[in-house]
Design a protein around this ligand. Structure first.
Ligand code: SAH
Ligand code: SF4
Ligand code: F3S
Length: 477
């Protein structure tokens, strides 16, 4: 038995005890190495993709700090981890591009350890490609086993050669592992994992697995602890938060969860991402109306305005239903900011279909919209559909949509000039050191004179000028 096998034999079977054990063992390795090098061991995590991944990275960093690493933003670190995204092909291309750069860094420092995790690693073809063409990568794991980082990295240090650990899926939710928050005053909180919707273009259900809700007690306990630790704003995270709780032993609706979260002392603001239109209940609209702690922002992805395309997308609502829902929400909560995601160039999209999308954009008047060019994802039903739309047709449509969206959003965003609203200050302005940057309840940013002591505070700000997508403002005297 070598030392790794002995460590393995002594490890507890149950989680999180097993990972706590491996964090200690990894720490011994880290301490030994930093004595050898005569300096602390650094670790750098780069995150691609959505808030889920950002949250996962905070958990991964929490484990690394517990194991004795020093956090660094610099990729010339002793341990570099890329937490990847594969929702569109350009996310993948960015990772491959940066791997070339990491290879050059590793040639200068052969002791460097390179790891890849996240959604891209759940695709077998990606892992094959890395094994074949990126031999300098030391460790690969997926989305279902991030909680095992300490164990996997310990294995990596003890045994030579690439370590690969990808799980097809899991029903396990491991609680009570460390996390290192990026912001002291706000935090994402997972309320569910995975997705069951299988929109025909989307790879997320394949790489994130089936939908699993966390127990409400675990969510509430985490948020209470965050609030005690100074967090004033939480973002509840799930691919489709509106179906929260349906699969729990004691089912609970998302609206009910929101009510309970809103009761937590010290917590001032609640956000959530993302809402699927098909599951948005009247109860949710009611709770949002009743409860001032719930932010005046709803992200409600449209994807397409054409009922024909929505059907092919498997979105389970049509144009009329979406318009009705948006109108109802805007009527019930007039100060709410409504934002969306739109895909251009889904297979079979005609000029008429695209016009339907523009029509919805003009009628709803979104505060802002993320627009995407359809990206073919291997293994999804849409990838096998005939009549994929050629680039030269998609690009002009994309530009037309973007122009429309931007024009409307600058008009909509300007409407609150002269009003006073509360901003949560997130940091110093990156261009002007005399200004700070804050986020309004409706998710729009405001820049105003202030200093570092304002960061993390909720401050009433008079909105003096609209700059299209954000405001300039001043503190009240
Ligand atoms: N669960 C969320 C979305 C997660 S992915 C929801 O259903 O709303 C974020 C956005 O990426 C999606 O809303 C969609 O607009 C876009 N997207 C997903 N797959 C895509 C693809 N194959 N090509 C282009 N955009 C895509
Ligand atoms: Fe993808 Fe649809 Fe699930 Fe959103 S709801 S993650 S778009 S499959
Ligand atoms: Fe990307 Fe995975 Fe999020 S594919 S968008 S990081 S769930």
């Amino acid at each position: 038995m070598d030392s790794y096998d002995m460590s393995l034999a002594a490890a507890p079977d149950r989680e999180p005890a097993r990972q706590q054990y491996f964090m200690k063992r990894l720490r011994e390795v880290v301490v030994k190495k930093s004595r050898e090098y005569g300096r602390p061991l650094t670790a750098c995590i780069k995150t691609f993709g959505c808030q889920m991944n950002a949250k996962d990275s905070e958990k991964l960093l929490g484990i690394l700090l517990r194991a004795g690493f020093t956090a660094s933003e610099d990729e010339a670190s002793d341990f570099v981890l890329y937490n990847t995204c594969t929702v569109r092909d350009n996310a993948n291309q960015r990772v491959y591009g940066r791997l070339g750069y990491l290879n050059r860094l590793k040639q200068k420092n052969p002791e460097m350890t390179i790891a890849l995790c996240g959604c891209m690693m759940q695709e077998p073809s990606v892992v094959e490609k890395i094994k074949r063409s990126y031999r300098f990568v030391d460790l690969i794991f997926g989305t279902h086993n991030i909680f095992r980082l300490a164990e996997l990295l310990f294995l990596c240090y003890e045994k030579k050669g690439m370590v690969v650990d990808i799980w097809d899926g899991t029903d396990q939710i491991v609680e009570n592992l460390p996390a290192s928050r990026k912001y002291p005053f706000k935090s994402g909180v997972n309320i569910m994992y995975g997705c069951n919707n299988f929109c025909s273009y989307c790879i997320v259900p394949y790489v994130r697995g089936r939908e699993r809700s966390r127990e409400p007690e675990d969510i509430l306990a985490e948020i209470r602890a965050l609030a005690e630790d100074g967090v004033v704003e939480v973002m509840l995270l799930g691919q489709n938060v509106n179906s929260y709780g349906k699969t729990l032993d004691v089912p609970m609706t998302f609206a009910e969860l929101l009510r309970q979260v809103a009761e937590i002392q010290g917590l001032e603001r609640i956000r959530f991402m993302t809402s699927h239109p098909k599951d948005l209940s009247d109860e949710l609209i009611e709770v949002m109306g009743d409860c001032p702690k719930i932010c005046r922002h709803l992200h409600l992805p449209l994807q397409s305005g054409s009922s024909r395309i929505l059907k092919k997308m498997n979105r389970v609502y049509d144009k009329e239903q979406y318009l009705k829902l948006a109108a109802k929400i805007q009527k019930e909560i007039p100060d709410l900011s409504l934002t969306t995601d739109i895909i251009v160039g889904f297979p079979g999209e005609t000029e008429e279909d695209f016009e339907e999308t523009l029509d919805v954009v003009r009628r709803v008047r979104f505060d802002s919209a993320f627009t995407f060019i359809y990206s073919k994802r291997t293994g999804t039903p849409a990838a096998a559909m005939e009549d994929q739309v050629p680039d030269e047709v998609v690009k002009p449509r994309f530009d037309r949509l973007l122009k429309e969206v931007q024009q409307i959003s600058s008009q909509v965003c300007g409407k609150d000039v002269g009003k006073t609203m509360t901003a949560l200050v997130e940091g110093m302005d990156t261009h002007d050191p005399s200004l700070v940057t804050g986020r309004l309840s409706n998710n729009i940013m405001v820049h105003f004179p202030g200093d570092a002591s304002d960061i993390g505070k909720l401050i009433p700000v008079m909105l003096t000028e609209s700059k299209g997508f954000y405001y300039m403002g001043k503190k009240l005297p």
